[in-house]
Design a protein around this ligand. Structure first.
Ligand SMILES: Cc1ncc(COP(=O)(O)O)c(C=O)c1O
Length: 404
């Protein structure tokens, strides 16, 4: 039997045996990749339409990024921030310029960037805004996803993410996403920040109503609060712009960045803000052994340079239109709704037809990798190097899954 000769089933079993089961991956075991394509241990190729939740915006093993990593591996990999290294200044200067901000604080994972944003906002609240000690609040949105630390899950509204991890960190108020009136109602003189995803990725690529982000900006200005935009998934080209906030011409006070910043090679995250905000941190008050390490900086500097050309943002905007148009044709033919921006889409499958998980399994059998979320929703976030033909291919495979 051909099935018996495949390496995948045993490799999946092996991968499960000694791991905590905090993930439920599709049964595909990837061993190599290039651009928008991955290959499994049995030599089967798949079009990667998840791109590491946007961590692979530039595709797998982008030659410029791989070259930067190789060159850096041969020179210097880690110093800790106890010393300065020669890759640090360029990275911080160029990322700050891309963000239009004075300063950058590098960390590693997205969750660390969020934690950093929260700490900075609280300190800013006490030292600059004059909030009484211990009284600072931060307003967040329901349906949010900002990471997995104990503080971050404290303000999650997803029971799977939150239940049994208490006691929870106080100081957060949750309001409905997209509801400006509810947000205005929730803030008071102790509110130091509003923390939002400009588009909610994990929730199913939920785009807020027009005017919402601009309204949040206005409210933050009026009430002297920081607007912290979690652009960890939405930023760095994904939506057809450098930042999703640009869709409403909004500039937040604080950008939280991650995922694609590491070029799909190393974990790199960062907080970018002006000196009036990030300047509240003094030596010893925050840090990370690996944050801003030489390898991370060498790769991330090249990421910033790729973004500075504008090519990837353009590709995302143009190819995104093609992707959305193809998917809109499937509404009423197995799809209930399509939403998103650029090369980032949330699809609601008719739940009577199949679950999101089942759709992803069937897509996998047809050589397309995607990820379900919340029951009948699928997310597509292909690498921004994907071609028109590959987009058409992905849409055709989805049509076959829904029709078959
Ligand atoms: C918007 C957003 N913020 C934060 C995170 C957390 O990032 P990480 O998994 O690198 O900690 C994610 C991850 O999916 C995210 O989508």
């Amino acid at each position: 039997m051909i099935e018996d000769m495949l390496r995948t089933p045993a490799a999946v079993r092996d991968a499960e045996r000694h791991t905590a089961h905090n993930y439920h991956p599709l049964p595909v075991v990837i061993s190599s990749a290039e651009g928008a394509w991955v290959t499994d241990v049995d030599g089967r190729r798949y079009l990667d339409c998840l791109a590491g939740y946007s961590a692979l915006n530039f595709g797998h093993r982008h030659p410029t990024l791989i070259a930067a990593a190789h060159a850096q591996l041969d020179r210097l990999t880690l110093t800790s921030r106890a010393f300065v290294h020669d890759q640090f200044a360029d990275f911080c200067r160029e990322l700050a310029a891309l963000c239009g901000k004075d300063l950058v604080l590098p960390m590693n994972t997205g969750a660390e960037a969020v934690e950093t944003g929260i700490k900075v906002a609280r300190k800013w609240g006490y030292q600059v805004k004059g909030v009484p000690d211990g009284q600072a609040t931060i307003v967040v949105a329901d349906g949010n996803f900002h990471g997995r630390t104990t503080t971050i899950v404290s303000f999650s509204t997803d029971e799977d993410a939150r239940a049994d991890f208490g006691p929870y960190t106080p100081g957060f108020r949750i309001v409905p996403y997209g509801d400006l009136a509810a947000l205005a109602e929730a803030v008071d003189e102790h509110t130091v920040a509003v923390l939002l995803e400009p588009i909610q990725g994990e929730q199913g690529v939920v785009v807020p109503p027009e005017g919402y982000l601009a309204g949040v900006r206005r409210l933050c200005d009026e009430r002297s609060m920081l607007f912290i935009a979690d652009e960890i998934q939405s930023g760095l080209g994904r939506t057809g712009a450098t930042f999703a906030c640009e869709q409403e011409g909004v500039v937040p006070d604080v950008y939280l960045l991650g995922k694609a910043l590491g070029g799909g090679i190393v974990p790199v995250s960062a907080v970018a803000a002006d000196a009036a905000v990030l300047g509240v941190l003094k030596p010893g008050q925050h840090g990370s052994t690996f944050g801003g390490n030489p390898l991370a900086c060498a790769v991330a500097t090249e990421v910033v340079r790729l973004l500075a050309t504008g090519e990837f943002q353009r590709r995302s905007a143009e190819l995104g239109e093609r992707l959305h148009a193809g998917l809109r044709d499937l509404v009423g033919k197995g799809l209930v709704a399509v939403r998103g921006r650029g090369l980032w889409v949330g699809l609601d499958i008719d739940p009577a037809l199949m679950s999101g998980r089942e759709a992803c399994e069937r897509l996998m059998e047809r050589g397309v990798l995607a990820k379900d979320t919340h029951g009948s929703t699928i997310r597509l976030a292909p690498p921004l190097v994907i071609t028109e033909e590959e987009i058409d291919h992905a849409v055709a495979q989805l049509a076959a899954v829904l029709g078959g």
